[in-house]
Design a protein around this ligand. Structure first.
Ligand SMILES: CC(C)(COP(=O)(O)OP(=O)(O)OC[C@H]1O[C@@H](n2cnc3c(N)ncnc32)[C@H](O)[C@@H]1OP(=O)(O)O)[C@@H](O)C(=O)NCCC(=O)NCCS
Length: 405
């Protein structure tokens, strides 16, 4: 059976191209509403599909993102809706889609691609490395007090989510611009993705609510959350489900979480997709009660090693010479001299040697070169090179992406 990979040219083709992943959601294709929301933020040509005579049998899309990296932002592909029909699996279709997608990213000048993986075994072979951990908590609210008395801050106000963009978008942007892993949200993204609350997203929970915390009339923090009410013999067993919550300062962040932890009638609070350095860990008196759990989060690939490494800032001048192995994107293979003046090809003797996946792990600052060394993912060819690279790549906060895209 033969098939060819090419980008979509219409919304109808996008509908066909994403139907393989919808198969795994238990549906044959997206609803008209889901398709409209997707195509508002993903141009048709950013969706590649594998076509055979029956139609699309595999697909992969990429959101055009501006991703925050240490010290700046880069054009990045936010890879999503990846699927191959079970009738066509393990014939190399995903491999062909990944190749076409990465070549298209390179042509567009997107030096980085990143994604959330539904399985941790899929993307390493295509050059993606684990770039962050993501955390979740499930805390009994009667064990959630802060360790020090907390003075309430500002005024909390409930706002209909679809009217909240002008209040919450500036807060997101202030946080996003200094948090590696977060991306700039367009107005379309707010209106099509972040603020709507279609039934299928509730999964049995309550409506999504939006609370905005204002100080002297200026929004400083917000939360999107659900009340999931439940009772057992007259006792509350329900939970607050946090969709996303953030503040533009430490006080504002502590205050918005205090609001969420103090909702009456609820037994627990559950939040997912938190950064591993979330301030709640040190704010609460009983950190064990958070049941803070971590797993792999973002996976990131350097599409263009020279451009990507030049685009981020470094905490020390360097340089360090890295020999990169990249079989899937051979244009990246070779020796690179990385310094705070930029990254360029070099003939100099390499000091570190690693696969491109290792660069994906250190790029946002989620892992250190020392950790890569301990995991046998980098060869230190000159003593001290790992420590020097770490002094350069060090970042002062953990990468965070609050939503799965
Ligand atoms: C994951 C998926 C896209 C793979 O598509 P595919 O066309 O079968 O992949 P390929 O044939 O190109 O496989 C390439 C290689 O990856 C391996 N591989 C693919 N999917 C894998 C998985 N889920 N776990 C482990 N290995 C996997 C294959 O065994 C193959 O290895 P090989 O080159 O050593 O033979 C497909 O199985 C699928 O749609 N799964 C369900 C949806 C999903 O998980 N999508 C990803 C969303 S992030």
């Amino acid at each position: 059976m033969s098939w060819e990979v090419r980008p979509c040219t219409s919304a109808d083709e996008v509908c066909a191209a994403v139907s393989p992943i919808w198969h795994y959601f238990g549906r044959s294709e997206p609803t008209a509403d889901q398709l409209e929301r997707l195509t508002r933020v993903m141009p048709c040509e950013r969706v590649h599909a594998a076509w055979d005579k029956s139609g699309a049998v595999g697909g992969a899309g990429a959101f055009p993102f501006e991703l925050t990296v240490p010290g700046g932002r880069v054009c990045a592909a936010g890879v999503t809706v990846v699927g191959v029909l079970p009738t066509h699996r393990r014939r190399g279709i995903l491999t062909a889609l990944m190749k076409a997608q990465l070549e298209a990213c390179r042509e567009r000048g997107e030096s980085v691609a990143y994604l959330w993986a539904t399985e941790d075994t899929i993307y390493g072979r295509f050059g993606y490395g684990v770039a962050s951990f993501t955390a979740e908590i499930e805390v009994p609210l009667d064990r959630s007090r802060y360790s020090a008395p907390f003075e309430p801050l500002g005024e909390a106000r409930l706002v209909p989510p679809m009217s909240a963009e002008s209040l919450v978008a500036p807060i997101w942007e202030r946080v996003a611009v200094q948090t590696p892993g977060m991306f700039a949200r367009s107005s379309d993204w707010w209106q099509a993705r972040a603020l709507p609350d279609p039934d299928w997203r509730r999964q049995g929970g309550g409506e999504m609510r939006c609370v905005v915390l204002e100080v002297d009339g200026a929004p400083v923090a917000y939360a999107l959350y659900r009340i999931n009410v439940a009772w057992d013999r007259g006792m509350q067993t329900g939970s607050v489900g946090v969709v996303e919550a953030m503040g533009d300062s430490a006080r504002a962040t502590a205050a918005i979480w205090r609001y969420l932890l103090d909702v009456d009638w609820m037994a627990r609070l559950r939040a997912i997709f938190l950064p591993v350095d979330h301030p709640l860990l040190l704010l609460v008196a009983e950190p064990r009660r958070l049941r803070f759990g971590v797993r792999d989060g973002l996976w990131l690939r350097l599409v263009d090693v020279g451009a990507a490494l030049s685009a981020r800032a470094y905490a020390a001048p360097g340089p360090v010479v890295i020999e990169v192995v990249d079989r899937f994107c051979p244009w990246n293979q070779g020796r690179w001299q990385v310094s705070d003046h930029g990254t360029k090809r070099t003939d100099a003797t390499p000091e570190l040697r690693c696969d491109v996946t290792a660069l994906g792990s250190v790029y946002l600052g989620g892992f250190t070169w020392a950790q890569l060394g301990q995991a046998l993912r980098v060869d230190e060819l000159r003593p001290g090179a790992i420590a020097r690279a770490d002094s350069m790549f060090r970042a002062d906060r953990a990468p965070w992406c609050p939503e799965v895209f």
